[in-house]
Structures are given as C-alpha cells and as structure tokens.
Design a protein around this ligand. Structure first.
Ligand SMILES: O=C(O)CCC(=O)C(=O)O
Ligand SMILES: [Fe+2]
Length: 314
C-alpha cells in the first residue's frame, strides 16, 4: 500500500491486571491515551473481553446481515444521518454497512433484529448486543481515562450518562480486476469515539499530522480506538480526529468485515472551561451532536475541508 506503520503508535494492554482506577498503571495509561489522541488521533487496544465464540459469532452475524436482500437492508432507515443503511455508493462500490442504533440495549438490538428478520433471529440479537455492550465498556474506560488525564474527572460521569452507541456492521468486497480498491473514501468520524474490530483482513489507513498515510495493522483480537470530530471539538482542538480510509488489496481474495462501535452524545458538545486559556483560546461553539451529522450531509458540509471550523468555529 506504499506507506509504513509508524513506530511510535500506542498499543495499550487493557488486560493488564494492574490497570485499576487510581493505580500508577492507570494514571500512566491515561496520559498515554491523551498523547496518542493528540499526536495520532488513535491507538490500538488489547482487550480480551471478546471470547473466541463471540469473535466468531459477531462476524457470522455481520455476514448474515449483509447477505440479506437489498430490499430488506434498505428498510433500516434512521433520521440521524449515517445511522441506517449505507451502500451502493458509486465511488465506493465495495462498501456496504448497516447501523444498529442503541445496539448495547435490548430495545435497540431487538427492534433492529425484528426489522431485518420479522420471524426473529435470537442469536443475531444476542450476539450484536453482547458485542456492543462489551465494546461500550472499553469506550467508557477510554473516555474516563482521557477526561482524567486532562484533570476533568468530574465531567466524566455526566458525559457517560449522555452517551449512546451505534454499532456499524460493515463489509468490503474483494475488488475485481481493474476495479477500484478504495473501500471507504477518506473521512473523519463524526462520533466522540470510534472503536473498530476487524476480521483477519486489514485495509485501514489513517493520515498522520504530517499528511502521510499509515497502514494500521491490528490483530483480529485487538481494537483501533479513534477520536472523532466531537472529541476534537470537546478538547478545544487538542485531540486529532484523524482522516482515515479503507483500501483493499488488489490481489486479495477475501471479504473484509468490520464491526465498529461509535459513541454519540445526547447532551450539548462543548469545550469545558478548564480547556480554555490564553494559550488555547476557545475554538468551537457548543453544538448538538446530531446537528454535526446533519451539517456534514449538506452541500457545504460535504465540500468542507475543515468541517468543525465551518460548522461551529469561533
Ligand atoms: O472498516 C474500517 O476499518 C473503517 C470504518 C470507518 O472508518 C467508518 O465506518 O467510519
Ligand atoms: Fe471512519
């Protein structure tokens, strides 16, 4: 793919038994998360809470879902942009995805399952909910640690209480000869945090601050934890929400599946006053998270080279 993995990317081991709130290990990991977000916009998390059985079943569930007829899949409509069915995009013909809003809750998982399988599909419902719940635990840990490392632990609880989760199940087909290898065009995520889990086929590339593309190699049992635009705005522009894309191997023979959990806020996204000072004047006005998604869908949003600046820049 023409670029190399940069050496100083953070790989953080959440399985370390010493990583308990308040411990030295936790405090130094929190600092590492903040630095990784500020320097690269993401890190790789080792987190063994997904059992081999759940690993198998989440990708089986993803495949079963994406194998449904198109008429069924397009019934997944959500008033929030990029939460429903995505696919059939001429510039990214290999990509297809479906969003399960509130996938970590029984209501969310059940209503999506019934929409796709009116006759029921208990194992799909249980698998997706269990996966979403487990990854949501990781998201909560990461945000708590990020808040703590900025000295803002008192904001962590209200933030967590206002967080909802979207599970996106994605497929990238094998490119035919002469067909584009672009799986997903370059973009930043509009989420607060995105956590990606992939099968054994890689393809994710992120753009470093210096503009170079980095191939993100992460083993199928690890996660990429990425900051979204809402996190960048909240941090008053300290955190990078990295531009990223997916490129498939032109000689590859297997479909790539990704399960991604994206966090969104039901309360106003705003810069805490502690993150504003003479050195860091306020960069962004407060906004409703869903309005950022809606702005991105407008002609101005789609054309924008600096989405946050154009949407809520001071
Ligand atoms: O499949 C991936 O690795 C990336 C997916 C992604 O960037 C997205 O859905 O926003
Ligand atoms: Fe993304």
């Amino acid at each position: 793919m023409g670029s190399e993995t940069t050496p100083e990317l953070l790989i953080l081991d959440f399985n370390n038994p010493g990583m308990k709130p308040g411990s030295n290990c936790w405090t130094s990991a929190s600092k590492n998360i903040r630095e990784a977000f500020e320097n690269h916009g993401f890190f790789v998390a080792l987190y063994d809470k997904i059992s081999p059985q759940l690993h198998k079943s989440i990708f089986k569930a993803t495949q079963d879902l994406l194998d449904l007829p198109l008429q069924t899949k397009i019934q997944n409509i959500n008033e929030k942009p990029y939460h429903g069915y995505m696919g059939q995009i001429p510039i990214a013909p290999l990509h297809e995805a479906l969003g399960i809003d509130y996938a970590d809750t029984l209501e969310g998982a059940q209503s999506f399952t019934t929409l796709m399988w009116p006759q029921g599909n208990q194992s799909f419902c249980e698998t997706t909910m269990s996966f979403a719940k487990t990854v949501a635990e990781l998201e909560k840990k990461v945000t708590t640690m990020l808040f703590e490392s900025y000295g803002l632990e008192k904001h962590a609880d209200p933030h967590r209480d206002a967080t909802t989760y979207l599970l996106l199940l994605m497929k990238y087909g094998v490119p035919n000869e002469g067909q584009t290898t672009l799986g997903l065009p370059p973009h930043t995520d509009k989420s607060f945090i995105s956590i990606l889990y992939q099968n054994h086929i890689s393809g994710l590339q992120t753009m470093a601050r210096d503009g170079k593309w980095i191939n993100v190699q992460f083993p199928p049992t690890s996660f990429v934890v990425m900051a979204g635009d809402a996190c960048k705005a909240w941090s008053n522009d300290r955190v990078l929400s990295a531009i990223h894309k997916v490129t498939m191997d032109s000689k590859g023979k297997e479909t790539r599946y990704t399960a991604g959990l994206f966090s969104f806020l039901t309360k106003t996204v705003e810069v805490p006053k502690e993150l504003v000072d003479d050195e860091h004047p306020l960069k962004f006005k407060p906004f409703a998270h869903v309005d950022l998604l809606k702005f991105y869908e407008t002609e101005q949003g789609l054309r924008s080279q600096n989405l946050l600046q154009d949407f809520c820049g001071v």
